[in-house]
Design a protein. Structure first.
Length: 184
């Protein structure tokens, strides 16, 4: 709408306006979002108007795969591809593990991989933003009771292998304070 854009409801909260937005651009974004909704202006170098309330400001890093991963691929059978029927379990895991935004339709952005134990989803990672030639790995998380066993590394590796097999280059975003994720 005008010079504002956002994802459809339930997919992602990312939003944008032009680099020099006018009041009309901010008004258009407000209409697109709807009252009380979040405009995630991820890395946008713009300052919202004074009547827009900040929800959070998070320092982070963008990490880019610069060489093929070392070591063997993930053992066959350990990782499953997740689909629409898994969204309820994916929402439950992200509510528990808090990897960042994951909504009812986020799975529509790309392929997601998971690990199940006794039927329960305990780890996952998937694809989100896909600028030409690149694919973001997102929603990397492990249930608290399943941490420390390398499951996040396995699902990230599955995502990396899928992205590179399709000719893409993986990248991901991580909060600057999340040292465990940075090490991973």
């Amino acid at each position: 709408m005008g010079n504002a854009a956002t994802y459809q409801t339930g997919v992602a909260t990312f939003a944008t306006v032009t680099l020099e937005p006018t009041k009309a651009d901010w008004d258009d974004l407000a209409v697109l979002l709807g009252r009380g909704e979040l405009a995630d202006l991820f890395s946008a170098p713009v300052t919202p108007p004074a009547d827009w309330a900040p929800v959070f400001d998070l320092a982070g890093f963008q990490m880019v795969l610069d060489r093929p991963p070392a070591g063997p691929a993930v053992p066959a059978g350990e990782i499953v591809e997740l689909g629409p029927a898994d969204v309820g379990d994916m929402l439950a895991l992200t509510d528990l593990a808090r990897p960042g935004p994951f909504w009812t339709r986020t799975i529509e952005l790309g392929t997601f991989y998971g690990v199940r134990e006794a039927g329960a989803l305990v780890a996952m990672a998937g694809e989100r933003l896909q600028p030409p030639g690149w694919t973001e790995i997102s929603s990397v998380c492990t249930a608290p009771h399943a941490r420390g066993r390398g499951l996040a590394a396995h699902v990230v590796r599955a995502a990396v292998d899928g992205i590179t097999a399709g000719g893409g280059r993986p990248f991901l975003h991580v909060a600057a304070k999340n040292l465990g994720a940075i090490r991973l």
